[in-house]
Design a protein around this ligand. Structure first.
Ligand SMILES: O=C(O)CCCC[C@@H]1SC[C@@H]2NC(=O)N[C@@H]21
Ligand code: NA
Length: 609
């Protein structure tokens, strides 16, 4: 075709996207106004947010559809909208395998965590820790959650503003302030009802914005087949990578298995999600809402991955950081969107609305849950006589102050690394993992006591931060990006020769501590969860033996009984896991058990100290 091998026709020069048209600002303003409207509506309707039951728990009256859309919105923010396409653009579609983690990652919360937590009729999920262990464990759990959420919130506020500013000069702190204030206002006025219904609206806007970018992007890149060809050429379609090496950043194991623990820490025990489950009118509605999350989460994942592929087909993996003034691929995603949508009035505004919807719905969930746990776990226990009016007012003041605090945190997270997706996943792994471990220790190990729980949490967090900070400091978590697709077109045998040469260059395998730091951050949740459980059991054993301490009814899940469900009933009784959720829950029952079968293998474990 007249082309000399190795020379491709030059890519059309990308013109710097223009600033926004009026229509774009109008769409963005409509989003903020609509969110405010929903907040105002819930402030003036229903019980007018006069009680904490309504303000923090939506009167436990919600149906499964809004709850499920709100569950998606909580952990699908601008970080995913921008970070996932950047991930796919740079490293290929390996990340898409995290979708496999959504199956068990939602089934276990639906059938293990929700039944236990719903039947205890909690407001804060950390009340569970006091019922199962002690007040000290509850306080530590709450403080850990607050720490995690404040940092995560900062990241969620900063991401859209930073990316927009890098590409379009969109006023950075003006956007952060506008987002933060609107969000604080409607959350403070309308409580959980407003947060859930604005989440529903914002999730719809989020999907619409991503779809628009994909449709326009495919059309402007020459159609689906052209996109597919370019993506294949640039080998961005990753094959199933079964490499068992835990330091390999993204493989089927780190995403599909490690991702399950990440999902459990978010959809099983995270206050923002548990509060939504508890706001459902019945346990069945709560379980159904958890099931309904699955298709929407897969859709969200697919949209952001396809967006990354279309972006790759457009720019072929080249680096345009010179035009952007920043090397982060996250900013490049916004550049791609503005490049696609410019000249289509209103569409850039739709994408901005999509970005800020994703951010708003996560930030509002975050600091509504912060206000709830601060109120329920840290304040109410010390002021039992506080009147409803004062308690609700205080909750509103808390929501406001957390909103302002997150603006302050915004900048800190920017320093944590270049890929926002990676920073978010690390935060969840480092802090969410140990909290998950604490709940698993309580629910599945009746022998664990509060000393063990505290020691386990402490060890888990210490190890988590050692690995996490270590990986950031030694920058051992960044992986080489795949080559752009404009690599010189080589004849086949030349390519094979080069691959062979590359393969026998043994990559410098990190050893010892360096290898420890290069553990994939997708394993942080699992690794930290198991650390908490292991240390928790050992310390429990050392501080009280495996004597069964009194366990509050309903706080233990008969995991043993369920796993051994194939055993005949009398054997299960011997293994001391009776019926549903009432595992050896009363001293009398314990003594009866001794009396009935003195010789059984477990008795010495249960002998009164
Ligand atoms: O988007 C964010 O704010 C956080 C990044 C994604 C967090 C995890 S990834 C697995 C699960 N699926 C989601 O959509 N969010 C969570
Ligand atoms: Na969101």
């Amino acid at each position: 075709d007249g082309r000399v091998a190795g020379h491709l026709p030059p890519e059309p020069p990308i013109s710097k996207p223009k600033h926004f048209a009026v229509a774009d600002y109008v769409i963005f303003a409509v989003l903020l106004a609509a969110s405010m409207g929903i907040g105002l509506y819930h402030a003036l309707s229903g019980g007018r947010q006069r009680t904490t039951q309504e303000f923090l728990m939506a009167d436990r009256s919600m149906r499964c559809l809004p709850v499920s859309l709100s569950l998606i919105a909580s952990f699908q923010s601008a970080v995913a909208i921008i970070g996932v396409p950047a991930e796919i653009y740079t490293h290929g579609t390996q990340y898409w395998f995290i979708g496999c983690a959504y199956i068990l990652g939602l089934l276990i919360p639906a059938h293990v965590f929700i039944p236990v937590l719903y039947r205890l009729r909690l407001s804060s999920t950390y009340q569970y820790l006091e019922m199962r262990f002690s007040k000290a464990v509850r306080i530590c759990g709450t403080l850990t959650f607050i720490f995690q959420t404040v940092i995560y919130m900062g990241l969620c506020v900063y991401t859209p503003a930073f990316a927009l500013n890098a590409v379009t000069g969109f006023e950075l702190w003006g956007a952060v302030l506008a987002t933060g204030l609107v969000c604080t206002l409607y959350t403070t006025m309308g409580g959980l009802k407003a947060v859930i219904w604005t989440d529903v609206f914002q999730t719809v806007v989020m999907f619409a914005g991503q779809l628009a970018v994909i449709v326009v992007g495919v059309q402007q890149t020459g159609g689906v087949s052209e996109v597919w060809r370019k993506v294949r050429e640039g080998n961005r379609i990753s094959a199933l990578d079964l490499n068992p090496d835990p330091t390999e950043r993204h493989t089927f194991w780190t995403l599909g298995v490690g991702g399950i623990f990440l999902m459990l820490s978010l959809y099983g025990v995270n206050q923002a999600q548990v509060q939504r489950y508890l706001s459902a009118r019945t346990e069945k509605e709560a379980v159904r809402s958890c099931y309904m999350v699955f298709p929407s989460l897969q859709l969200a994942l697919a949209l952001s991955c396809v967006m990354g592929l279309v972006m790759f087909a457009r720019y072929c993996g080249e680096d345009h950081s010179d035009k952007l003034g920043t090397s982060s691929k996250d900013a490049m995603v916004v550049y791609f969107v503005m490049d696609m949508l410019q000249g289509l009035p209103g569409l850039p505004g739709l994408f901005i609305a999509c970005l800020f919807s994703a951010a708003l719905s996560t930030i509002s969930s975050a600091f509504n849950s912060l206000a709830t746990v601060t109120m329920e776990d840290l304040i109410k226990p010390h002021f039992p006589t506080m009147t409803e009016a004062r308690a609700t007012l205080l909750s509103k003041v808390l929501a406001m102050s957390y909103g302002l605090l997150c603006l302050a945190m915004a900048y800190l997270t920017h320093l944590m690394g270049d890929s926002v997706l990676q920073v978010a996943l690390k935060i969840f792994g480092m802090v969410g993992g140990p909290i998950l471990g604490l709940f698993c220790l309580g629910m599945f190990f009746p022998w664990a006591n509060s000393t063990g729980a505290l020691a386990g949490l402490g060890a888990g967090l210490a190890l988590a931060f050692w690995v996490g900070i270590g990986s950031i400091v030694t920058r051992s978590s960044s992986t080489r990006p795949l080559p752009p697709c404009r690599a010189v077109l080589l004849s086949d045998n030349m390519t094979t020769a080069i691959h062979a040469a590359l393969l026998n260059v043994t990559l410098s395998r990190p050893s010892g501590l360096k290898r420890f730091y290069s553990l994939s951050y997708m394993w942080y949740s699992a690794f930290n969860c198991f650390t908490v459980i292991l240390i928790g059991l050992i310390i429990s054993f050392l501080t009280g033996g495996l004597v069964l301490t009194y366990v509050t009814p309903g706080t233990v899940y008969p995991l043993l009984g369920k796993l051994l469900c194939f055993l005949p009933e009398h054997l299960k009784k011997k293994l001391c896991c009776r019926g549903n959720m009432e595992f050896c829950t009363d001293i009398h029952g314990l003594q009866t058990m001794f009396a009935n079968n003195p010789g059984d293998p477990l008795t010495f474990l249960l002998a009164p100290s």
